[in-house]
Design a protein around this ligand. Structure first.
Ligand code: 5GP
Ligand code: MG
Length: 183
């Protein structure tokens, strides 16, 4: 791995990630047979997971992406969260599955699901590759969770620190000095 020196340990190997995604895709394929599935990935963190997940689904689906930010001054905001890129389709009659990289405080997912629920989807559920329940600030649980992780900052498989490490093929915990250098 190109950044071996920055990593304190590997939490999930590529094989473990693959097994996790396969089992999520199997459950989703079963639950969405005969539905009008629209996956809504939250950028940027979910794009790697989303790419793997859809290729393991055995039911028809469409994909869309949204980007949200905790900062900035957009027109549509919910608490601290602002939509920086909205959907380009109407979700009436769609069975919407929001796809997150990690559920941390839960604020992002709670806000996005709140906004989407007001657009009258046929159904609305949440799938998060990772869950960090110890950090939750709002009461939200995902309908589909890949792996529950401890309260440590993880990178890889789409998740970044300062826009780096998204391309790692495993999920890793960064060494503390990587943060303190930037502090
Ligand atoms: P929440 O709104 O649930 O607190 O945060 C969700 C977002 O925070 C995630 O989509 C992700 O971008 C970021 N985040 C939360 N925990 C971690 C983490 O451990 N590592 C990384 N790379 N991002 C995280
Ligand atoms: Mg992020």
């Amino acid at each position: 791995m190109y950044c071996d020196n920055d990593i304190s340990r590997v939490l999930l190997t590529p094989q473990q990630i693959d097994n996790t995604v396969t089992s999520l895709a199997n459950r989703i394929s079963e639950d969405y047979a005969d539905k009008n599935l629209l996956l809504v990935g939250l950028l940027k963190g979910s794009f790697v997971f989303m790419a793997d997940l859809i290729r393991k689904l055995t039911v028809p689906c469409r994909t869309e992406f949204m980007a949200v930010s905790s900062y900035g001054s957009g027109t549509r905001s919910c608490g601290k969260v602002t939509i920086t890129k909205d959907l380009s389709v109407n979700i009436d009659d769609c069975d919407v599955l929001v796809v997150e990289d990690i559920l941390d405080t839960g604020i992002t997912a709670a806000c996005v699901t709140d906004i989407l629920s007001k657009r009258n989807p046929a159904s609305l559920r949440l799938c998060s590759f990772l869950d960090k329940p110890e950090r939750r600030q709002v009461p939200i649980t995902a309908d589909y969770v890949g792996v529950t992780v401890p309260d440590e900052f993880v990178v890889g498989y789409g998740l970044d620190y300062d826009e780096r490490y998204r391309n790692l093929d495993c999920l890793c915990v960064l060494k503390p000095e990587v943060y303190s250098d930037k502090a």
